[in-house]
Each structure stands twice: as C-alpha cells, then as structure tokens.
Design a protein around this ligand. Structure first.
Ligand SMILES: Nc1nc2c(c(=O)[nH]1)N[C@H]1C(S)=C(S)[C@@H](COP(=O)(O)OP(=O)(O)OC[C@H]3O[C@@H](n4cnc5c(=O)[nH]c(N)nc54)[C@H](O)[C@@H]3O)O[C@H]1N2
Ligand SMILES: Nc1nc2c(c(=O)[nH]1)N[C@H]1C(S)=C(S)[C@@H](COP(=O)(O)OP(=O)(O)OC[C@H]3O[C@@H](n4cnc5c(=O)[nH]c(N)nc54)[C@H](O)[C@@H]3O)O[C@H]1N2
Ligand code: SF4
Ligand SMILES: [Mo]
Length: 766
C-alpha cells in the first residue's frame, strides 16, 4: 500500500546550491538570454517569438505577469516585455499537458510529495477533473456534471455564508464582475481575494488619507518626477519594466532614493536591453541614496526624515508646501506635535540607517516638490502595514506632492489584473455603488453583511463555519499564511473547486470532494462560434484596456472564465432565472455594458476599449480633489512606532520572492541577482549574526516562530551570509509560509505579517 498521506508543503529535498557574489546590475544581455531560454524551452522557438511580439502591444494581449503599465503612446517594436514577462508567458503557453492520463498515473498523495517546482512544470490542465470522496486519483468529469455537483453542494449549505469564493488577480474584469454578481445573487459577500494578502494595507491607508484606494500617478508622472522613493519593493525582479521608467526619470534629472533591508541589483544599475548605448556605457545607475533600513523600521526612518525636513522648514523655510497644507489638508499640527515627541537619535538608531545617508536623502527631498513614493510588499505585510502607508502619505502631504504632475502615490500592484478585479466588485466589503447598481440593473437585493477576507475565511473553514470553497485562479493553500492551519481548513470543507490553468498544491490539499476546472489563459484565442472575443484589464495606474489572446488553446476542452461562471450560475439558478447567466457568460459585450451601467468611469466602455487604446478611470487624488474626505481635506495621520519585543534569540524574518518565481509558481531555482543558484531553501543572514550564533556558510538550519504559545516550524534551509541588517533574516515565500501565524495580521487590513515574523534559528538535526 502506497503512502496516502498528503504533503501540504513543498518537498524539503535539497537541489545542489551554488553561490556567487550578488549581481551589480539588472537586465542586460543575460536577462534577454534567460527570457528566451524559458520561452523557447516551454513553447518552441516559432511560437515563442510570434507570441512575445504580441504581448503588451495595442490590440495584443496583456502580459500575465505583473500589473506594470504599458506606455500610453508608442510601444517598442523590439517588444514591450521584460525577462520575467517572458517567463510568465512561457509558464502559461507551455506545450506540456496535464491530461486525464497524467492524473491516472499518479495518486494525489504521490503528487503532493513533489516540489512546487515540479508540480508547476507538469504543464497545462486540459480537462475538468474530479477527486471523489475517499478516492486516491483525480478522474475525468464532464463539464455539466461538474457544474451540477457544485450547484448541489451549494444548495445543501445551511446558509450562503457557508460558501467562500476566492479570486486571484489574473482574472479579467469580465470574469471578475460576473463572478462577484453570481456570488451576491447566491447570497453572500464571502469574496476574499489575493489583495487581502497583498496591497490591502495600501487600499485601506490610501482610502482613509486621500479618498481613493489606488495610486495617483501615471507612467508619465514617473518620467517627470524630481524624486522617486522606492520603498519596500524590488522592481528589478517583480516589475522589471519599472526600471525603464526609473531610467527615464534619471535621464530627465530625477533622483532615486531606495529604502530596503537588501540592496537589490535592479535598483543599483539597469542595462536596458532595448538601448544599444547601455551595452557600451554600462547602463544607468538607478539609486542615488540607499537607505538600508532594518525590517519593519520604515516608520522610524520616515519620521527621522520628516523631523529633519521640519527643522529645515523652521530655519530656512520653503521646504514644506504651507499653502497646500493650509488649504488642502487636515491634521498637520498633530503630526508635527507627534514628531516633536521623538528623539531624533533614537529614531535613527531604531531605523538602522546611518545618519549620513539620511542627510543625503533629506538634501534631495528638501528642495523637491515632484516627489513620488513607490512601494509594494515591503510596507504592506506587517502588523502596522496600514500605518506604513499613512506615514508615506504624511511625507507627500508635507511636500504638497499629491495631485500634481510628477508627484504622488504609487503602490505598485502585483497580479496583472488585481486592481481591475477590485474595481468591478471583488470585495468582501461591498460598496454602496455595487449594491445599488446590482439592485438597479439586475433587480435583486445583494447582501449587505460583510464577507470573509482571506484570513477570516480560513478561520471559518477551519472551524466548520464554511464548507464549500471555490477559487477563481490562484494557489490558495501555498499563498496563504500558516500553511498547516490553512491545509486543515481546506481539508475540512465538503467541496473545494479550483478554476485553474496549471496544476498546483491546492489541487492536492482538498475538501472531501474536489474539482479542477481548466480554463483559458490570457495568451490564448478565446472564441464564440468562430468569432474571437477579448477581455479587459486595469493596470497598476488605473488604465483599462483590452487583451486579446492569439494562441491555440492548450486543449479543446477548456472554457473561458466568464463561461465557467455563467454555466455555474445557471446550474445553480436554473434556466428560468431572471438573469440569463449563460448568455452573459458568453457575450463579454453584455457584461461590459452592465459594468458601465454600475461602476463610474466606465461610460461607453465597449466603444472605448475596442480601439485598443484604453482609458484612465477617474482618480480624485490625481487631480487633488479631496472633497469626499472629512472636511473635504486630505488627512495627515499620527502613526505609532512599530514594536516587536524580540527575545534575545529571535530574528525578524521577512519572506521575499526570488528572481525565478511568480508567487507560488516556481519558474526555476535561481535567484540570479542575489547570487543564489539551483536552490530555494535558503535563509539570508548577516555574517555577524552567523558568527554570533556559531553558524558557518551553508550550514543547514531549521526555523521556528512562536506566537501565543504555538510553535511553528520550517526545516532544512542553508544559511547564506548576506548583506542584510543585523537581527534580520530573509527566506523565500512560499517555503517559509508555515511560520506565518494565521491570527497575526495588519491592523485594519488583515494582511498576514509575512514580512516581519519573529523567528528562531536552530541547527538542523539530520
Ligand atoms: N517576477 C515576479 N513578478 C511579480 C511577482 C512574482 O512573484 N514574481 N509577484 C507579483 C505580486 S502578486 C506582487 S504583490 C508584487 C510583489 O513585489 P515586491 O513587493 O517587490 O515583492 P517581494 O519580493 O515580496 O519584496 C519586497 C521587497 O521589500 C523588501 N523588504 C522586505 N521587508 C521590508 C521592510 O520591512 N521594509 C522595507 N522597506 N523593505 C522590505 C525586500 O527586501 C524586497 O526587496 O510583484 C508582482 N510581480
Ligand atoms: N509569505 C508570503 N506569503 C505571500 C506573499 C509574500 O510576500 N510572502 N505574497 C502574497 C501576495 S502579494 C499574493 S498576491 C498572494 C498570491 O496568491 P495567489 O494569487 O493565490 O497565488 P499564485 O501563485 O499567483 O497563483 C498561481 C496559480 O494561479 C493559476 N492561474 C494562473 N493564471 C491563471 C488564469 O489566467 N486563470 C485562472 N483561473 N487561474 C490562473 C494557476 O493554476 C497557478 O497555479 O500570495 C501572498 N502570499
Ligand atoms: S514588467 Fe510586468 S507586465 Fe511588464 S512585461 Fe514585465 S512582467 Fe509583464
Ligand atoms: Mo500580490
């Protein structure tokens, strides 16, 4: 009898580590070479070149990687994509297939023992599959039977609130809108999404201070900024084309200040693969001032900077925008009084940054007005994630940098349509606009009760309060915190359903019954009756545009996401329901008309996106309109200092992405820029800390975290000496997710504390 135990984390097998010195620049020839190796390896040369040529072009398809925007005007004929965009495409457009035969070869338990890397590389899902209660293998199921099964399980629930409907950020506006509509017609707001683990802290912090949960700048603003602060973000890996924007900014005379515990290669120097000159000149140095902050000590650092700016304002004036502060903001006195309470030296010491570097940053910031702050997960995934964002807003408000050309907020979004999904209604906290719009356009009362976000849906499933879990994309198990706890939560369900393009670990850690529903990817031709259809997406800067795939679909049995949602809704509500779900799921124009009727800024949606140009959604912060905020003003906030009370043997662990992954999808085993090859089980640690606790380079270590008396573990990692502040360590997500406690998250946003986990290091006992 084979071992039928399901493994909920990736294999801890070591793969043969090699270390080099960290890279001193990003992209360049190596970047293009690696991109092509991935694309050609997965797709074949002809298919790779033809498809890449269409990616991010007007009337082409949107890159399935990150949410970085494409230029508004001319697009490069050499290709509008980066190394990691090519990898994202290769991963989706791979020629390898996961067929019913594949599933009959391996038990679920057997596949669960593979590494995440191997699972992902198996290929594209081709048929709907079911894992029946007690079965060891997935088997084929017809689409209709699958929809009927879900409908039956949903009907069997005692209340609609026992259903949970997750969304990952790759779904189109059309799919997301229809899904949200179905879930609300079903009767719940249990619409957790990947934002809950990602930029939720940004959404909450920005809404409360500036009246919109999105960033305020466009790509052109970045080109025109006098100063860009990149804080808690690694664009060289996660938003590579942002380096072109930073390069343009620098060439226009702008300065870049970087705030990060790690000196990331992409922020040191960028060799633009599209600029011949960069090959000869050695590229553009990006960062002017590097502030090597300790993990989660951004607030003390920002306070120190603001204190110094305030001192200059007092002595020489002209540093703060006093008119803007007086006419457009509220809470200035409170913030300044609060700043006065802190001792400057104490703030500087707590931040871990040298005072000289802080002074350089202050010198750059003091005369500037066009300031943009860009950030990502380094700020949001902490207990004080929301406060981190508000402190950034404070700095921008002092300088009058919001609502002007070349200045503002730039939360750099992750998934390619995570922002659009939110805009069209994926939110566990339903907006009045959505509720009223649904009533007006579809004639039913949508539920008003708050739904579960990611953390709370896991707790509900764990406690038996939710029993059916449906995921529109994503890899919920591996992305969420506290992997073992989340596994038990999923395994507690009656039914788990994954609408997916590729195999992942969530398909193995299931409810009593499980379904995999295979769907089309972005790059694939989506047709109805022989006519191509397109979908739309919104990028990180609030521009909505079309995306039309070209490639022959991975299998003739795939359905598009809107079609799947339409069929599911019809199976649940029946054919005579007042909403014609099937028709909506097939005709994306109809969905867009409904979005246009409900959500502001989408007027003439169909007409506007058909040209291939796209359009910007309204953005009050971009135009300096704060009329919807208390007293019609942008809000300063008093943000307390972070507190960790670390025990003497505890480190603060931050979980980061390698250069060769997209979230839980592992493209490869290298992290080229950080000089780590062929291994993901690594912990970056300061050489002084290594000496202190008696570790040698490449010693094997185990990690534990202790919260509320519960000890969580992640075992078998190589200790890698690295330039990281003393007391901090870093490891990759999702390997380290077992350490993130489910019930510790950011205040107000409920984002797990994936970037500051109190962790102990022990030598590995083999
Ligand atoms: N190739 C690729 N692209 C991606 C993704 C991917 O996995 N791969 N994921 C996508 C998604 S969903 C998202 S949300 C984004 C994520 O994009 P990022 O937020 O850039 O991703 P992370 O690797 O989580 O890294 C955050 C950065 O914050 C730094 N950091 C860690 N802790 C702190 C801290 O306490 N303070 C400060 N100041 N910095 C800190 C880390 O050193 C790292 O440089 O990327 C998107 N794009
Ligand atoms: N410790 C730690 N945990 C983290 C983070 C961290 O920094 N540290 N980051 C968090 C962040 S920012 C995020 S956004 C989440 C990510 O959480 P998720 O979005 O849930 O995870 P992904 O790994 O992006 O999901 C990958 C899967 O999506 C499916 N997929 C890909 N494309 C499509 C498509 O077009 N349609 C459909 N239906 N399915 C598709 C594939 O089956 C693939 O296996 O993870 C979070 N978890
Ligand atoms: S920057 Fe992001 S969206 Fe642009 S090509 Fe690279 S991965 Fe794709
Ligand atoms: Mo994300």
């Amino acid at each position: 009898m084979k071992n039928q135990k399901i493994q909920v984390t990736t294999s801890d097998e070591l793969t043969g580590i090699k270390l080099t010195k960290p890279a001193t620049y990003a992209a360049g020839v190596t970047g293009m070479k690696v991109a092509m190796e991935h694309a050609i390896g997965e797709m074949g040369a002809i298919r790779a070149f033809q498809t890449l040529a269409k990616m991010n072009q007007k009337n082409g398809f949107d890159c399935p990687g990150c949410a970085w925007p494409d230029p508004d005007d001319k697009r490069s004929v050499l290709g509008e994509y980066c190394e990691n965009g090519a990898k994202a495409l290769a991963e989706e457009a791979t020629l390898k297939k996961v067929t019913p035969d594949f599933f009959s070869k391996y038990t679920v338990a057997e596949m669960s023992r593979w590494s995440d890397f191997k699972i992902g590389k198996s290929g594209r899902l081709t048929h709907p599959m079911v894992l029946k209660a007690g079965a060891t293998h997935y088997e084929r199921i017809e689409w209709k039977a699958a929809f009927d099964l879900i409908a039956q399980k949903l009907k069997a629930l005692d209340s609609p609130d026992e259903g949970v409907f997750y969304t990952s950020g790759r779904s189109s506006n059309e799919a997301a809108f229809l899904y949200g509509l179905f879930v609300r017609a079903f009767g719940t707001n249990n619409l957790p999404d990947c934002s809950n683990m990602c930029h939720e802290s940004s959404g909450v912090g920005l809404s409360q201070t500036l009246g919109i949960g999105k960033g305020s700048v466009t790509l052109n603003d970045l080109h025109k900024a006098e100063v860009v602060m990149v804080i808690g973000q690694n664009p060289g890996t996660n938003h590579p084309r942002m380096l072109s924007a930073l390069q343009a900014c620098k060439q226009n005379g702008g300065k870049v200040i970087t705030v990060n515990p790690l000196e990331e290669a992409g922020l040191k120097k960028f060799k633009n693969p599209q600029k011949a000159a960069d090959y000869f000149t050695g590229g553009t140095a990006i960062t002017d001032v590097f502030l090597q902050v300790k993990v989660n000590q951004d607030i003390p650092l920002l306070k120190a900077i603001m204190k110094k700016l305030h001192a200059l304002e007092e002595t020489q004036g002209g540093v703060f925008d006093t008119n803007f502060i007086k006419n457009k903001t509220q809470g200035y006195d409170e913030v300044i009084n609060d700043l006065k309470k802190y001792d400057l030296n104490h703030l500087i010491a707590q931040s871990g940054v040298g005072e000289e570097a802080i002074n350089e940053a202050v010198q750059i910031l003091a005369p500037a007005k066009k300031i943009i702050i860009c950030w990502a997960m380094g700020l949001t995934q902490h207990k004080n994630g929301v406060q981190n964002i508000k402190e950034c807003v404070n700095l921008l408000l002092l300088k009058g940098s919001v609502g002007i050309e070349g200045g503002g907020t730039c939360p750099v979004r992750g998934h390619s349509n995570v922002q659009g999904d939110r805009t069209v209604g994926i939110n566990h906290l339903p907006s009045k606009t959505i509720l009223e719009g649904i009533k007006r356009e579809f004639g039913f009362d949508a539920p008003t009760k708050k739904g579960y976000d990611v953390v709370r849906c896991i707790q509900a499933m764990h406690d038996g309060k939710a029993k059916v879990f449906v995921a529109l994309g994503g890899n919920f198990l591996s992305a969420a915190s506290d992997t073992e706890y989340t596994a038990r939560a999923l395994q507690n369900c009656d039914l788990t359903v994954s609408i997916s393009t590729k195999l992942n670990r969530t398909h193995f850690v299931t409810g009593k019954t499980a379904l995999i529903l295979p769907t089309l990817g972005r790059s694939e031709l989506d047709q109805k009756d022989g006519n191509p259809r397109f979908v739309t997406v919104e990028n990180s800067m609030g521009k909505v545009h079309s995306s039309q795939g070209r490639l022959e679909p991975a299998s003739q049995h795939l359905m598009s996401e809107p079609e799947i949602v339409g069929h599911l809704a019809q199976a649940y509500f029946g054919k005579s329901h007042k909403i014609n779900w099937l028709e909506l799921g097939q005709d994306y124009d109809l969905i867009r008309d409904k979005i246009a009727a409900i959500i502001s800024g989408f007027q003439a949606y169909n007409k506007k996106v058909k040209t291939g140009e796209g359009f910007y959604l309204p953005n009050n912060a971009r135009v300096g309109d704060f009329s919807k905020l208390p007293n019609g003003r942008a809000q300063f906030s008093v943000c307390p200092l972070p507190q960790h009370d670390l025990k003497s043997d505890e480190f603060l662990l931050t979980t980061i992405r390698s250069h060769d992954q997209f979230n839980t999808t592992i493209y490869g085993l290298d992290d080229r820029y950080r000089g780590v090859y062929n291994e993901r089980r690594v912990v970056f640690i300061n050489p002084n800390d290594m000496k202190k606790i008696g570790l040698k380079k490449l010693d094997l270590i185990d990690l534990t975290s202790e919260y509320d008396g519960i000890i969580r573990t992640a075992n078998k990692f190589y200790a890698v000496p690295y330039d990281i502040p003393v007391g901090d360590i870093a490891a990759y997500f999702p390997e380290a997710n077992t350490l993130v406690p489910i019930n510790h998250f950011a205040e107000y946003s409920y984002t797990p504390i994936s970037k500051s986990i109190k962790t102990r290091i022990n030598k590995h006992n083999s």
